[in-house]
Design a protein around this ligand. Structure first.
Ligand SMILES: O=C(O)/C=C/c1cccc(O)c1O
Ligand code: FE2
Length: 313
């Protein structure tokens, strides 16, 4: 087995809110399954398709895709705040290959990644996402305009093609989703203060960061009580999306359009773009089988929470 995949939801609320004990236990069991899967596979390299939540990328310059040549954690919600172990030369060669395939990715020699990118690696490697060489690939999942899903699929497929004949064991990670609508500001509905944050919010003061995080935590607590002004989770939508992942006909991802996603599954459902890229990468390496699936709508985490693993046939 030379390539494998983990796609999973993330939530910065894992350590900040309290779902019922049986839900917490079920989530922890899903994490245990993922840990075992990855430790058995023991990748040489991780390709991490991740979103950002206005910690590393802002609307002063928002690329659709960005390949990191070097990266560090931003430490939001107490996530990893150190330097990541990015193999720069492999990342440079990968980006050059992608551009040759007409996928005009941005590159960064100093990418700042937030909980959205590092959380699966923190879960797998006991809080140490720098435990393995990892190339973060940012996929804009928060800021309009959104690329068509077919472009995300093609990006993933080209990444897979690049590693298909590699002698390294490569793990593709997609981090985010599924249906959810956390209180991340959207430019055209934002206050003047929020607009300024969306454009110039890099390196917030500790007070500003704490206030932002407290707002999200309070929203999650209110959401669990049925009192928050955010969209409901949509388990039906989530399960349909997971069916497409499972069946392996990745062109079917192209049916997802941004406006419909907003309306049916919430404004952060775009994070499934990371899954689309990761599944398309694996599919470019061969036919695959999903070996593990977990799903629960969890209001305390503001997430339709899905976890999957897959291997080549
Ligand atoms: O406040 C943020 O940056 C994001 C919060 C959030 C909440 C729930 C699920 C997610 O995927 C999130 O990123
Ligand atoms: Fe997120």
């Amino acid at each position: 087995m030379i390539q494998a995949l983990v796609c999973m939801s993330h939530s910065p609320l894992l350590e900040y809110t309290n779902p019922p004990a049986e839900v917490k236990a079920a989530v922890e069991e899903s994490f245990e399954q993922v840990r075992k899967f990855v430790h058995d596979f023991n990748p040489d390299l991780v390709i991490n398709f991740g979103p950002d939540h206005y910690n590393g990328f802002f609307q002063d310059l928002m690329p659709p895709f960005c390949v990191a040549y070097n990266a560090h954690g931003t430490g939001d919600y107490d996530s990893f705040d150190g330097v990541l172990n990015v193999p720069t030369e492999i990342a440079e060669n990968l980006a050059a290959f992608l551009v040759e395939q007409d996928l005009d990715v941005a590159i960064s020699r100093k990418m700042e990644v937030d909980h959205g990118a590092v959380q699966p690696m923190e879960i797998i490697y006991d809080g140490a996402p720098d435990a393995k060489p990892m190339i973060p690939i940012f996929i804009n999942s928060v800021s309009r305009p959104f690329t068509k899903m077919a472009r995300v699929r093609k990006l993933g497929a080209a990444v897979g093609e690049y590693f298909r004949n590699s002698d390294k064991k490569v793990l593709f990670i997609g981090s985010g989703g599924l249906s959810h609508d956390p209180p991340v500001p959207r430019f055209h509905e934002a206050t003047e203060e929020q607009k300024q944050f969306l454009v110039e919010g890099r390196n917030p003061t500790p007070e500003a960061r704490a206030a932002r995080q407290e707002r999200t935590i309070n929203t999650a607590i209110a959401f669990a009580k049925g009192e928050a002004d955010i969209m409901e989770l949509n388990p039906k939508w989530d399960q349909e999306f997971m069916r497409v992942c499972r069946e392996g006909n990745v062109e079917e991802f192209d049916k997802y359009h941004a406006d419909d996603m907003d309306a049916a599954a919430g404004h952060s459902s775009h994070e499934v773009r990371t899954w689309v890229a990761a599944y398309s990468a694996l599919r470019a390496c061969g036919e695959y089988t999903v070996t593990y699936e977990f799903y629960k709508p969890i209001k305390e985490y503001i997430a339709g929470f899905g976890v999957t693993t897959a291997v080549l046939d």
